[in-house]
Each structure stands twice: as structure tokens, then as C-alpha cells.
Design a protein around this ligand. Structure first.
Ligand code: ATP
Length: 250
């Protein structure tokens, strides 16, 4: 793919005392692609996500997003620039209907938009439009009025993705969106992620190799805080170093 680069990490490092969680990671994520980050436990995938989305500060290196150096920007500024991380189930409002969860997520983006959601007539309509679009996207339109707590596990995981989408992000960061899922839910989530590419860029941490190989445009393999390999799925599948790192589990 030759799409423009939306997100770039340059030598991003994270140290905890003497422990090197990330030892200088370079990453280029192209717009409207699914870019997966894989690697054995402790490889630094989640730490890298923290650096990219701004939930933790880097120890070194730079992060560029959409033409801006965001390295020193707090996470809420990055959200406004169009970076959204999917929420965990724990941040769903379980007693509120799905629709209200999404409305709250849409408001969370920026104060101006929050007003939009309540002020008639144009703002309210645009917010309602966003909520309706997201409901369709994540396949929960029929459950708009259902309390989030009454959804199935798979539906809750899709709502988490929806909460991030409600912020109308350019890039969406998904950390193991399929963990603990049964086969039907897996399939739904896979199709959902694939469908996001038309309007969004997806950065994905995923342990399910079948899904990673099926839906990724680019895969970055991490090991011990460094990039071990990067390429399209076929390249990664046939990479000897990757096979060794996974002890043949691919
Ligand atoms: P997993 O697949 O198990 O989630 P991961 O690739 O996401 O692993 P990270 O969670 O990023 O790995 O952790 C990378 C390394 O950094 C691990 O060895 C971890 O123990 C260490 N680490 C993470 N956070 C801290 C911290 N706050 N203090 C010290 N070490 C940390």
C-alpha cells in the first residue's frame, strides 16, 4: 500500500528504572489500513499503545500523528486530534442503554461537541446521526435501548469499539478486542474491524493469529521491547525469526 503515513513512532523508548520495556521502536502506520502489533507476552505491545495514545509518557523518541508532533501532548489532546483507544468493559455504563453509552462517548470528545449533543436543532441532529451510524457499524442497532449490562459478552466488546468510534477518530487503537470470545463473536468482530478501514485507520494488538493473518495489511512483530520484523501477512508467516520467537506456534 502507498497510502500516506498517518502515525509514526521514531525510536520510542520506555524505561522503568533499569528495565527497558521499549528499546527504541520505529513504526509507520498508513492511513486506512489495519496495522497489527503482535509478539509474545511481555514484548511491549501494551506499553507501545500507552506511548502512542499518550496514557504514559515516553522515555525517549518521538510520536507524529497527522502531521503533528504529539509526543508531549496528553491523551485527551490526542483524542481531539483523532486518536481513539477502545474502552474496556469496565468503562461501559452498564445500567444505561447502549444508545446513551454512545451518546456519552460522543460528548466526551470535546466540549463543543458535548453541547452539540444536547442543543437543538443542528447539533442534536449531528450527535444523533453519529450515534445512529455507530450503532449500525457495530451491529447493535436492534439493541439501542438495551442496558449495556444486559448485552452478551461479544456485544459488549463491540460496544467498546463503538465507544471509541463515537469520537469520530481518524485512528482507532484496539487492544485485544477478541480476548475471551467464542467463534461466532470472533467472526463478528473480525468483520467489524475489516469494515473500519473505509473511514478509519486501525492499530490492533491481537493474539489470535488466524485473525491477524486474515485482516492485517501490515504486521509488526515485537520481542523484548524491540521490533523483530515487519511486513505483510505472508512475509511474517514465512519469517524464520518470527517462527522461532513463537516456538512454532503460528
Ligand atoms: P502481553 O501480551 O502479556 O500483554 P505486552 O507485549 O503487552 O504483553 P507489556 O505489557 O507492554 O507487554 O510489558 C512489557 C514489559 O514491561 C513487561 O516485561 C512488563 O513486566 C514491563 N512493565 C510494564 N509496565 C511496567 C511498570 N509499570 N513497571 C515495570 N515494568 C513494567
Amino acid at each position: 500500500t502507498t497510502a500516506p503515513i498517518l502515525l509514526e513512532a521514531q525510536g520510542v523508548a520506555k524505561h522503568y528504572g533499569k528495565f527497558v520495556a521499549l528499546g527504541g521502536v520505529d513504526l509507520k502506520v498508513r492511513a486506512n489500513t489495519v496495522h497489527s502489533v503482535i509478539g509474545p507476552n511481555g514484548a511491549g505491545k501494551t506499553t507501545l499503545f500507552h506511548m502512542l495514545t499518550g496514557t504514559k509518557a515516553v522515555s525517549g523518541g518521538r510520536i507524529l500523528f497527522d502531521g503533528h508532533d504529539v509526543t508531549r501532548e496528553p491523551d485527551h489532546r490526542r483524542v481531539r486530534r483523532g486518536m481513539a483507544r477502545s474502552f474496556q468493559v469496565t468503562s461501559l455504563f452498564l445500567t444505561l442503554p447502549v444508545r446513551e453509552n454512545l451518546r456519552l462517548a460522543a460528548q466526551g470528545v470535546a466540549p463543543a461537541k458535548a453541547l452539540d449533543c444536547w442543543n437543538a436543532p443542528t447539533g442534536a441532529r449531528s450527535c444523533a446521526d453519529t450515534v445512529a451510524q455507530v450503532l449500525e457499524r457495530v451491529g447493535l442497532a436492534r439493541h439501542a435501548g438495551t442496558p449495556a449490562g444486559n448485552l452478551s459478552h461479544g456485544q459488549q466488546r463491540r460496544l467498546e469499539v463503538g465507544m471509541a468510534l463515537a469520537a469520530k477518530p481518524k485512528a482507532i487503537f484496539l487492544d485485544e478486542p477478541t480476548s475471551g470470545m467464542g467463534i461466532d463473536d470472533l467472526d463478528d468482530m473480525k468483520r467489524l474491524i475489516q469494515g473500519l478501514k473505509d473511514e478509519h485507520t486501525v492499530v490492533l494488538i491481537e493474539h489470535n493469529m488466524g485473525i491477524v493473518m486474515d485482516i492485517s495489511d501490515t504486521i509488526t512483530v515485537m520481542q523484548l521491547g524491540r521490533v523483530l520484523a515487519e511486513g505483510v501477512p505472508a512475509e511474517i508467516r514465512n519469517d524464520e525469526r518470527v517462527r522461532t520467537a513463537y516456538l512454532g506456534n503460528m
